[in-house]
Design a protein around this ligand. Sequence first.
Ligand code: ADP
Ligand code: MG
Length: 398
Amino acid sequence: MHKLTLDDVDVHGQRVLIRVDFNVPLNTSEDGRPCVGDDTRIRAALPTIRHVLDHSGKAILVSHLGRPGGQPDPDLSLACVADHLGTLIEERVRFSSNTVGETVEEVINGMSDGSVILLENTRFDSGEKTNDTAFSKALASLADVYVNDAFGAAHRAHASTAGVAEFMDVAALGRLMEDEIEALARIRDTPAHPMVAILGGSKVSDKLGTIRALSETADHLLIGGAMSYTFLKMLGHEVGASRVEADRLDTAEELYKQAEGTIALPTDHVVAEAPEAEAEALVVEDDIPEGLMGLDIGPATVDAYRARILDAATVVWNGPMGVFEVDQFADGTTAVAEALADASDDGAFSVVGGGDSVSALTQSGCADRIRHVSTGGGALLAFFEGASLPGVEALTDA
Ligand code: ADP
Ligand code: MG
């Protein structure tokens, strides 16, 4: 790794500003108060937090949550996340309702070694997203050491992910960041073959760069989800009322040609008039009748994709195969999750990433059989495309 890691830093007695990705879904608890809906990202940050606490550092956690638009929004406060973290690590986690400023500094200076505080949502300050120098400096003045563990936000050059590092003498990668980069680099740079990439989800336009990059290394690129229909339409199939990005047909054609037989598309589909639980669903082969939408890959496609996945030594998946949020369109996605888990049991190196893909994977109950479940969505796509990650680049060279 070309950047400092926690192993290179002595955190004893130091104020350690840890940028975590606590951008978690919130729910409302029975007593009507906000609570954490899914704590996967919080758990993923625990190795770094525990390392700092175990080595008698003062852990100062910062994160963004949602899109408050540069001003305070009580619905997007991290206060409930502090409580949740406290129950996970069985320690008192203080919360500061200010992100920067004198009061925070005073509280931090009064902290004992091995204690932890979470600061309020960085995006309550308009300087976060503009990577403002004053806000970056204010964050930097809170600590002696900066650690970036927010892989999910590493593709953004914001104050708390990149700007702050400029004003710190020591800026290091956290454990999660190290794990993510190691696993994803193995897919991108040194995959064992046969390598199978499965790409799906809602928009082909989000993932063009990733399709292009993975089609160069993968032996098979299996396409599902709504993005299939842009490809199928380009190939002259009838796609009915399926979601198609008409302005991407040319790009899809160029990609398809360039991939030279690597790209596989669904040959049958679960279709309905609408992506709803009450809609009547049926399976069709090849062309989709007028007025109906393709909402999941069909059983023949599942069998073909499963066989490819079971054959793979490396397998990476981003993007659901259908509208998995609705039960009757979830089978293709569940089958892919199971195939990945079975391939992993047989020794394949498997990686799954993307917010919706990971929630589908969790829903399928197979998550713990996958070798690496990424906390990244946009960051994962950026990484595969070969883009540099500002949140990593800003750190101190090893
Ligand atoms: P990820 O978050 O894993 O990167 P995306 O955000 O790209 O995945 O895509 C997930 C969304 O794509 C889901 O909300 C799902 O309902 C939708 N989707 C998948 N297949 C289809 C389809 N055939 N038609 C419409 N939407 C689809
Ligand atoms: Mg998504």
